[in-house]
Write a protein that binds this ligand. Structure first.
Ligand SMILES: Cc1cc2nc3c(=O)[nH]c(=O)nc-3n(C[C@H](O)[C@H](O)[C@H](O)COP(=O)(O)OP(=O)(O)OC[C@H]3O[C@@H](n4cnc5c(N)ncnc54)[C@H](O)[C@@H]3O)c2cc1C
Length: 416
């Protein structure tokens, strides 16, 4: 018997393959399901929404990061490099769009040069392919004809993809290999019983040998269901995008990024030419008022109160209030958002930002001291593995995260 739906009290069946439940149908959960079905496990994915990739995976910048920013040796650095290669191969195999449009990280003035030098140092340590440093504004404009700046690093292999389409294609492999993907299946409880795991959903219960949660914005709530430490908690950060008017998309060839503020784990408002040739501008980074708060009016008192009461809240507010005020003003007043974007493209006019084109909410974990976790983080509670912090570049890294979880947390899943 596989990890089939059964009500509490049903008899656990005996099968040859290990039965693994995966909570979350974003790119990480589905990539792991594919990895484990290929290894012979019997896998069931439990996803609360009516479709896959409805949260972070379907609301992001679509960038395949080349590894410029991450601390050398960190999980982000190693899994991003491995994941990028696997993703490129997967897209080629499945004829999915993968366009290496290239990225320029631009220092607009001399004050940003030390931070740019650190990005260059990290990029070289992370073996970012074909990276070059540009110190001549004329040469900058050979890469991006409309950009203004004093220096940049150029990563020609940074690419764009459609992560929702990739997730669907990965899910096809899961189903073809006998795995199950259950939609409309929200997990509400988890109990460890004699070494096995009973997962309770709104539509029934399931028994598994092991469970892995890749639940993004809800990952800390899932961790609590299995009795893990409440820290780190998820602090949802909304990122809003504008589109460039179709007649003005010629202002951007590939990607134009700012030099990021090293005190903050986000990359700053940037220009990205997507796989369908649209150019979006964003995302900013605002505290969201709900875990799945895509608009200002999406408010969850429980989520907001939970964040305000978190022990690290005063420290975080003290450290980042200035940036918070800046980001909130930019969200409410288009002219302020526009001013940030125009630093990089002086020709940009306010009317070129056509309309807000949606938003994503980042699942960023923070600790009790108000620290924003930098690296990916995984908790293990008996037979349950919870991926607790998987923000950017986890979409780029998903296929490598799947391999990592299999090797380090799931052992050999086919052998029960
Ligand atoms: C604005 C923004 C821009 C980004 N840009 C990039 C980028 O350019 N490149 C990049 O590599 N990364 C980027 N990221 C990060 C990337 O999108 C995420 O790291 C990645 O999608 C994480 O995938 P996931 O599967 O862990 O989470 P998600 O895609 O959030 O999936 C989690 C799933 O779990 C489900 N779930 C939650 N709770 C339950 C429950 N109780 N029961 C059942 N199901 C549940 C949810 O419905 C959801 O489908 C960006 C993120 C954002 C928000």
């Amino acid at each position: 018997m596989r990890g089939t739906a059964c009500w509490p009290g049903d008899v656990w069946g005996d099968g040859m393959a290990e039965q693994v439940g995966i909570i979350g149908g974003g790119i990480v959960g589905i990539a792991l399901a594919r990895e484990l079905t290929a290894a012979g496990a019997e896998v069931t994915v439990l996803e609360k929404e009516s479709r896959l990739a409805q949260h972070q995976t379907g609301h992001n910048s679509g960038v395949v990061h080349a590894g410029l920013y991450y601390a050398p040796g960190s999980m982000k650095a190693t899994l991003c490099a491995e994941g990028r290669g696997l993703l490129r191969e997967f897209c080629a195999d499945r004829s999915l769009p993968y366009r290496a449009v290239g990225k320029l990280v631009v220092a607009v003035d001399a004050a940003e040069l030390p931070a740019l030098a650190e990005i260059e140092r990290r990029s070289r340590a992370n073996a970012v392919p074909d990276l070059t440093r540009i110190d001549d504004p004329g040469r900058l404009r050979e890469v991006e004809p409309h950009v203004a700046g004093v220096a940049a690093v150029h990563s020609p292999q940074t690419a764009v993809v459609d992560y929702a389409a990739i997730t669907e294609a990965l899910a096809q492999d899961v189903r073809a290999a006998g795995g199950r993907v259950l939609l409309h299946t929200e997990v509400t409880g988890i109990r460890i019983e004699r070494g096995r795991v009973r997962v309770i959903t709104r539509t029934g219960a399931h028994l598994f040998d092991r469970v892995v949660a890749a639940a993004g914005l809800q990952s800390d709530l899932i961790a609590r269901l299995v009795g893990a430490d409440p820290a780190p908690r998820i602090l949802p950060f909304r990122g809003e995008y504008w589109m460039l008017k179709p007649s003005r998309t010629g202002l951007v060839r590939g990607m134009i990024y700012p030099v990021p503020d090293p005190r903050f784990p986000f990359l700053g408002v940037h220009f990205t030419r997507g796989v369908y040739d649209d150019v979006h501008v964003g995302p900013n980074a605002l505290p969201a008022l709900a875990r799945e708060g895509y608009r200002w009016r999406d408010v969850s008192l429980a989520d907001t109160w939970g964040s305000l009461r978190w022990p690290g809240a005063p420290a975080l507010a003290r450290r980042h209030w200035r940036m918070g005020v800046d980001e909130i003003s930019g969200s409410l007043v288009k002219a302020l958002y526009f001013r940030k974007a125009r630093r990089f493209i002086p020709e940009l006019a306010m009317g070129d930002l056509a309309r807000k084109s949606g938003a994503g909410v980042r699942a960023q974990a923070w600790g009790r001291a108000g620290d924003l976790l930098d690296d990916f983080a995984v908790d293990q509670v008996g037979p349950v593995t919870v991926l607790r912090n998987a923000p950017s570049p986890a979409a780029t890294s998903a296929l490598a995260i799947a391999r990592y979880l299999r090797a380090h947390h799931l052992g050999s899943p086919a052998a029960r």
